[in-house]
Design a protein around this ligand. Structure first.
Ligand SMILES: [Zn+2]
Ligand SMILES: [Zn+2]
Length: 274
């Protein structure tokens, strides 16, 4: 098993030592583990979001995890990246920030509609407004089209409370874009563990129909979630029930070159898309 979605205490809503995450992952046979804490960023007016790696810790984050990679290199492959939003007005600046820090990969995690700041609309809060859903889907697709992201985390995060048929058409639009771009979508285990509005069954049924590539992301915010057999089993059951096209060996993309990385999967050509 592999996992490329994990946070650290630096984002202020995760706890425990990164070393403990890795020990738990190794004990349970995880061969590849990626840290993807929230991308550091300062908005032009000086505002710094409280859930991100603080700007002044971005190099320390890379360095600390780099040392752990070295320490555990015989047992596990460690990758160091970020979970990052696509904020239309600030994308270039944010990408520059994470690339300067040395990001090895990025996953797209779109938690807000628009630019997050100063107007903040959290997409998990729920809305029946089609125009918000439409804008969100367009924003996510634009983010996917930048080519810097390795996959889309929790694609089903928008909590739409309006008409189901309408929602289905937007789900389909997102899934078709993912297939066109060859970008995997993530079944998010934090959503399962915390019983959030995602993963949403109706989304994954459509994802199966559209033939999207699926990956599993632990979204670990503490040691135990660095291997949580219960949520893994729920995700696997979902994959089997709908016949989803699961890729257990995702390819990470280098955000600087937009080229696939050498993933060191034994005997598997990871550059070949599933
Ligand atoms: Zn997220
Ligand atoms: Zn996350």
């Amino acid at each position: 098993m592999v996992n490329y979605h994990a946070h650290t205490f630096r984002c202020r809503h995760a706890t425990g030592a990164e070393e403990k995450y890795l020990e738990r992952a190794i004990e349970n046979g995880v061969t590849h583990f990626g840290f993807s804490d929230h991308a550091p960023f300062v908005f032009p007016d000086g505002y710094e979001s409280t859930f991100r790696v603080p700007m002044n810790l971005r190099f320390e984050y890379m360095e600390t995890l780099g040392k752990l990679r070295e320490k555990f290199k015989e047992k596990i492959h460690v990758f160091i990246g970020f979970e990052m939003e696509y904020l239309p007005d600030y994308f270039d600046e944010m990408l520059k920030t994470v690339n300067e820090a040395g990001a090895e990969y990025l996953i797209l995690g779109q938690h807000f509609l628009g630019n997050e700041h100063p107007e903040m609309f959290r997409v998990s809060q729920g809305s029946d407004d089609e125009s918000l859903l439409a804008a969100y889907i367009d924003q996510v697709i634009e983010g996917m089209e930048t080519g810097v992201f390795s996959y889309l985390a929790h694609p089903d995060m928008f909590h739409f409370t309006g008409d189901e048929k309408l929602l289905e058409s937007y789900d389909r639009k997102l899934c078709r874009a993912a297939v066109r771009l060859g970008l995997p979508l993530e079944i998010n285990l934090l959503g399962i563990r915390s019983q959030r509005c995602y993963p949403r069954e109706s989304f994954w049924r459509i994802a199966a129909e559209e033939g999207v590539e699926v990956v599993i992301g632990f979204d670990a915010h503490e040691r135990r979630a660095a291997y949580d057999e219960k949520s893994i089993a729920v995700a696997m059951e979902l994959i089997e029930r709908y016949g989803l096209k699961y890729n257990p060996y995702p390819t990470l993309i280098d955000p600087r070159t937009k080229q696939p990385r050498d993933m060191k999967y034994d005997g598997i050509d990871s550059t070949k898309k599933a």
